[in-house]
Ligand binder design. Sequence first.
Ligand SMILES: NC(=O)c1ccc[n+]([C@@H]2O[C@H](COP(=O)([O-])OP(=O)(O)OC[C@H]3O[C@@H](n4cnc5c(N)ncnc54)[C@H](O)[C@@H]3O)[C@@H](O)[C@H]2O)c1
Length: 393
Amino acid sequence: MPGALAADPARRVAVVGTGYVGLVTGTCLAQAGAHVTCLDVDPKRIATLKAGKVPFLEPGLPALVTGNHQAGRLAFTTDPQEALGNAHVAFLAVGTPSRPDGSSDLSYLHSALETATKLLPKGAVIVIRSTVPPGTGDKLQDRVAKLGRADLQLVSAPEFLAEGTAVRDFQNPDRLVFGGPEPGRGAVASLFASLRPESPRILTDRPTAELVKYTANTFLAARVSLINEIARLCDAWGADVRTVSRAVGLDPRVGALFLRPGVGYGGSCFPKDVQALAAAAKSAGIELAMVPAIEQANDAQWRYAFEKARGMLGGDLSGKRGEEEIRQDEQAGGEGREHCRLVGMVGVEGEIGEQQHREFQHIVVEGAKELDDEQWTIAPFREQREIGRGHRQ
Ligand SMILES: NC(=O)c1ccc[n+]([C@@H]2O[C@H](COP(=O)([O-])OP(=O)(O)OC[C@H]3O[C@@H](n4cnc5c(N)ncnc54)[C@H](O)[C@@H]3O)[C@@H](O)[C@H]2O)c1
């Protein structure tokens, strides 16, 4: 789109990978004054976006996409040349899913990097927005140099948004982290300059920035796993986890958030990132105790919830709507548990998106009793028991 190239050259931005993170990043940077072209290999996704539709539910995002698209600051394409050929800063926001051993699959990132390396103009900056194991950015910088493009600088700028509050999180960051050498790091930071200027900007090296992202998610996952274990103790001793959680959370050294028990954490980031950090440590020959334990505690919580569900149904899972899914979960060793884990997330965040409502049909145990009556009518099982309040129901 020619309009997208008319701006100050330093504000010409490409986003490679227009998924959750890429679309929010591209749209919010356009709103902040950049001229952004979002690239994706999925033609359906690009066609949907060109038609003015956002392929997932995110409050506030559709209006921003439409407004910036119409203003000529935000374009969508499947053509790498169109996105990258004139960009000064290219954000790589492709997926980094888990491999079966928990390590990160970086193949999408490698492919995106190769394309960017071929097409970006001299002196451009590549930003790694995807979540990647510490050390990845440095390795990729070497790779880029070996490909004859030592003029391109790599900067790590991890994304901290949560799905459901992504636009708000992006526009009101608690902090922004930029890792890498100057002048690339400063060029990236300047694109974010108007976003909540009073929030700290952490300017650091690439491995530190990468580790900040993993530490943040691992820390939050640890809180969830810890309060989940405490909830099980509450069930055993007739204590009330809500009171425990509130009283402990009032200590400013602890804080109140992410202290709601549930059926285990889930979603697209916590399981993947905790596993990836454990796997990265293992491959570096570093033996960790706590990080793998967080994951184990999470698995145990799911099993506990499952047994509670079985108890509610009199030990018999047959003849009930949803029994097939439950049995499949059991047979798969809990692998299909995202349906239940979603409720765990609801408990943690205290918010329920429309998409999650639809998932409730398979849920029999709720972690934190956050559902109101209307929401419970959507679920097939109206009986409700909370983890950690066993003696009160
Ligand atoms: N979703 C979140 O809440 C969240 C939050 C913070 C960080 N992250 C991290 O951000 C990264 C992206 O996550 P996401 O949820 O946006 O993923 P996503 O799966 O929603 O989007 C990835 C997109 O990249 C596209 N893609 C893949 N290879 C490509 C290529 N070579 N060129 C162009 N496009 C390509 C895919 O078609 C897809 O649309 C991951 O590393 C994730 O861990 C995600």
